[in-house]
Design a protein around this ligand. Structure first.
Ligand code: HEC
Ligand code: HEC
Length: 373
């Protein structure tokens, strides 16, 4: 039995960053299913990235058991660890990382860093937000590939983390090694040398964690900061084409031209005398003028995520009902039908009811005023 041994192995800062990682991973994972929680997702993604980076550096300059040099990477040891684990319920445990947790920590750190960086890149390329938003113009067509990579990495991380948790619970309850408490109190039931973090480690380590948490709060609370800022500005359609603004915002909110491809706009304008059973009563010069404006600013000319995805979906069609596209339906599938029929919203086409500044061409996640469950 290991009961009579006790070694201080995990420093306070090490444990703190471990639990910050746990929290930030799960919150980013859950928020990833909601477009309107994207800012929260990015905020916790930043904390996770910060903690993964800390792990790398801590592994070079931190206390003994946190150092990469103390990790056990030999496959022979890994094999022995599992053989011993199966054979011997009450085996002797090592202070520091065992071979399985060494591999886990190493892989989760690098996959984690990779996942967070791809996330920031995706935030720039797909959403046009943040430090990589300048890449949107040139690389927007890769948004779906990047999304897939980010998603696959996050599921790999999830599987790794669930495996790690199972391993820890087996240690805790079957082998009775008190592994869970070690990450809370810092003490492991093992024979070894206690760690003694130096003043420098404590000072710079704390400073770093404060820095990461401040950066995260800044991301979340300061409007339009450089981490979340969108490259897309508000558009004044009245100034750009007053006739379009006037004629097309009478019965419903103005629909920005970048939400439909050329062929759809042509089709819509060709049928302006029977527009959802309404006659728009526009003369031919007005039709031509509005149509030209719509075509010039159609979805093909924009690198926004919505434009790219709608263009792709409608490439073989000239349909113009946005709310009937799979893209739109998928985004709004969590909203119950009754919501759209409610007195304040009335119809799905009433985009402005849930998207602030929609008539100015803004479709950013932070402008979604309706919170879906
Ligand atoms: C009842 C409220 C509501 C209405 C009406 C509505 N939306 Fe949305 N929309 C939402 C919500 C909520 C989300 C976020 C969905 C999620 O959880 O991912 C969203 C997401 C979107 C997105 C993705 C935003 C992003 O950040 O990428 C687009 C694009 C969009 N809506 C377009 C439209 C258009 C165009 C209309 C009108 C034809 C419309 N919506 C009408 C509530 C609404
Ligand atoms: C006389 C009233 C009226 C005017 C003016 C009008 N529309 Fe509409 N429009 C409608 C109605 C009604 C619908 C159907 C909305 C619904 O389903 O609730 C609609 C729907 C649309 C849709 C599809 C929205 C969706 O649900 O995806 C588009 C796009 C559109 N209009 C564009 C235009 C454009 C462009 C103009 C200006 C040339 C214009 N409309 C002017 C009445 C009008």
């Amino acid at each position: 039995m290991n009961n009579h041994y006790k070694t201080y192995v995990w420093s306070f800062l090490g444990r703190l960053s471990h639990w910050l990682l746990v929290i930030s991973f799960f919150i980013s994972f859950i928020t990833s299913f909601h477009e309107n929680l994207l800012k929260l997702h990015v905020t916790f993604g930043i904390i996770a990235l910060g903690m993964f980076i800390k792990k790398i550096v801590w592994g070079l300059i931190g206390p003994k058991y946190a150092r990469w040099s103390d990790y056990k990477f030999k496959l022979k040891d890994l094999n022995f660890y599992f053989v011993e684990k199966i054979r011997n319920r009450y085996r002797k445990i090592e202070p520091g990382h065992n071979p399985a947790s060494s591999w886990f920590a190493f892989l989760v750190t690098w996959f984690g860093i990779f996942c967070c960086l791809i996330g920031l890149l995706l935030y720039g390329i797909q959403e046009g937000n943040g430090i990589f938003s300048f890449l949107n113009t040139t690389y927007y067509m890769y948004m779906e590939n990047l999304f897939d990579i980010h998603e696959v990495l996050s599921y790999i991380l999830l599987v790794m983390i669930l495996t790690h948790i199972s391993g820890v619970l087996i240690e805790q309850f079957y082998h009775k090694t008190s592994m869970v408490f070690a990450m809370i109190t810092g003490y492991k039931k093992a024979k070894g040398e206690d760690i003694e973090p130096t003043f420098c480690m404590k000072f710079y380590g704390s400073l770093y964690i404060v820095f990461v948490l401040s950066l995260a709060s800044y991301t979340y609370y300061i409007p339009n900061n450089f981490i979340v800022k969108s490259k897309f500005e508000k558009i004044d359609y009245k100034k750009l084409h007053s006739d379009f603004q006037f004629e097309c915002s009478d019965c419903h909110n103005l629909i920005p031209p970048f939400l439909l491809p050329k062929e759809s706009w042509k089709n819509l304008m060709a049928n302006q005398d029977n527009h959802f059973e309404e006659d728009l009563e526009l003369d031919s010069t007005m039709v031509k003028s509005i149509e030209n404006f719509l075509i010039r600013n159609s979805s093909e000319s924009s690198t926004r995520e919505s434009s790219y995805k709608i263009t792709k979906e409608l490439s073989n069609s000239n349909a113009f009902i946005i709310t009937k596209t799979d893209y739109w339906k998928k985004l709004h599938e969590k909203i119950p039908e009754e919501v759209f029929k409610s007195d304040t919203i009335e119809t799905k086409s009433n985009c402005i009811a849930c998207h602030k500044d929609f008539e100015k061409g803004i479709l950013a996640d932070i402008n979604i005023t309706f919170l879906s469950k």
